[in-house]
Design a protein around this ligand. Sequence first.
Ligand code: DQA
Length: 143
Amino acid sequence: MKILAIHGPNLNLLGQREPGIYGTITLDQINQSLRERAAAAGVTVVPFQSNHEGALIDFLQAEGLDAAGIIINPGALTHYSLALRDALASLHAPIVEVHISNVYKREPFRHTSVIAPIATGQIAGLGWRGYLLALEWLLSIEG
Ligand code: DQA
């Protein structure tokens, strides 16, 4: 069983980028935690990060159809990428949208997600552990 962990623009800079908001953990460390937790359940996590909308869509088209679940932090694409939303909507797997920060406490442009209406659920504001909670939920429903 395969679960995708997709990270959008600027999330490659986790650890150095605005640590007061996003913390000091790196993307590699997050992916490693996801891989370890999934491996304990006999599941494979396939991580992918890109700063490019099209590359994220290409990856979803290539890997998404046979995925059992999708964890995605679309970064700023959350707020405007209808192309990413359409790519996700064409898949069958449950989708958990994750945000490290509580986007609803921040600037008004972050309060809108064009992804949320086609996601199964959303986790925001729980820091990097939100990714693990998303994984835990996906494992529980696939159980
Ligand atoms: C983010 C929130 C977005 O508004 C922002 O553009 C990001 C990160 C988060 O994880 O809190 O890049 O998705």
